[in-house]
Design a binder for this molecule. Structure first.
Ligand code: FES
Length: 374
């Protein structure tokens, strides 16, 4: 049975040694220590040093992996390289696997180092505690708990294990810096700094020199350019299309990139005759007859809205089931977590009968980002 809890003044607590606080904390919690032994009663044995080196090695590995992660994250060539240059493409394709590998290895090594330290150096204890109603923490609880933790740390010998302290500092420090780089690295570049096709304001559909931007279908081979005309799509049908400009025709890299960029895919939909969706203010002439073009990138978190349900006239996003109504509205979300209509691409047909984009989207495609005006 626990001893009657008495009130302790701050002066009394200050006078107590850590051992006394440990014993008091145990008594107050009705804890009986059946076993509480040091892992290394004889100090400085070879086995103890071996255990110390093992823990230090994991922390060192965590630090080195974190540094490698930072180096790859910052310096590795991550810009897309077309398969036409196999070496550059191979190096580019290693970017994601490498940052994942080194970050994962760093987390794993920190975890193993901490668990190993706990197993090898924190005293083993077997304790029995009576259940009783909990009560809020007061000063006695706080000080006795702190004494218990400090006692465990002291018995683990951390004070004299300088190798572990140094490697843990290096491993955890580098890991912390890596986590910071990971969190902040993506927002270093100011998306408003440039106004070209690489800025968040624009997409691959932007023609910088007024060159015509055609709508092309995906034939599976970026070099095989297949342009679209109105008669290519049946009423109620649709096609996923990508931007194409004549200046790209002999540049394999540009052709491939124009189909790989996440802001490029567009759904070209031909509504059934007689459909009269509500048009968005300022976008009344964005369609060409029954043909409407919407970004394929979901405005929730950016999955492709790749399913078109003819019966209901809804585009469905398979990721979280957002639905966008293209028959009655301008692709407004009518179900699911998306809150913004799919951006509409203004289209028309040129003098040769091919679909072309009149200009870029007038709002950012994909998930919302900060300071978005639309
Ligand atoms: S990404 Fe489309 S619903 Fe979530």
């Amino acid at each position: 049975m626990s001893e009657q809890k008495k009130e302790y003044t701050e002066a009394e607590l200050a006078e107590m040694s850590r051992d006394e606080k440990v014993r008091l904390g145990l008594a107050l919690d009705d804890v009986e220590l059946v076993e509480y032994r040091d892992n290394w009663p004889v100090k400085g044995t070879r086995a103890e040093r071996r255990a110390e080196r093992a823990v230090a090695a994991w922390f060192a590995l965590a630090g080195l992996s974190a540094l490698a992660f930072i180096a790859v994250f910052v310096f590795w060539p991550w810009h897309y390289q077309a398969p036409s240059d196999p070496k550059a493409h191979f190096i580019y394709s290693l970017y994601n696997p490498l940052i994942g590998f080194f970050l994962g290895l760093s987390i794993l090594a920190v975890g193993i180092g901490v668990v190993l330290y706990q197993k090898k150096f924190i005293p083993h204890e077997v304790a029995v505690q009576q259940r009783h109603d909990g009560h809020g923490s007061d000063e006695v609880d706080r000080q006795t708990t702190a004494a218990l933790l400090a006692d465990a740390g002291n018995r683990s010998g951390i004070a004299r294990r300088s190798m572990i302290k140094r490697t843990a500092g290096f491993g955890l420090g580098a890991f912390g810096v890596g986590a910071g780089v990971f969190a902040l690295g993506g927002i270093v570049r100011n998306p408003w700094a440039t106004d070209g096709p690489d800025s968040l304001k624009h997409t691959q559909w932007m023609s910088e020199n007024g060159e015509k931007t055609f709508l092309r279908r995906d034939t599976g081979n970026p070099s095989d350019v297949s342009l679209l005309r109105p008669e290519d799509i049946d009423p109620g049908g649709f096609e996923t299309v990508y931007p194409f400009r004549e200046s790209m025709r002999h540049n394999e890299e540009e052709l491939a990139e124009s189909m790989r960029r996440s802001d490029a895919p567009v759904m070209l939909i031909r509504l059934r005759p007689g459909s009269a969706p509500i048009k968005r203010k300022g976008q009344e002439d964005f369609n060409y007859g029954d043909y409407y073009a919407y970004s394929k990138i979901c405005t929730h978190v950016g999955c492709p809205t790749s399913l078109f349900e003819q019966q209901t006239g809804r585009l469905l996003c398979p990721c979280h089931q957002s639905q966008f109504d293209v028959v009655h509205t301008y692709a407004k979300p009518v179900f699911g977590p998306a809150t913004r209509a799919l951006p509409q691409l203004p289209i028309t047909v040129d003098e040769n009968g091919y679909f072309v984009a009149k200009h870029d989207f007038i709002e950012p495609v994909g998930p919302a980002f900060w300071e978005r005006e639309a």
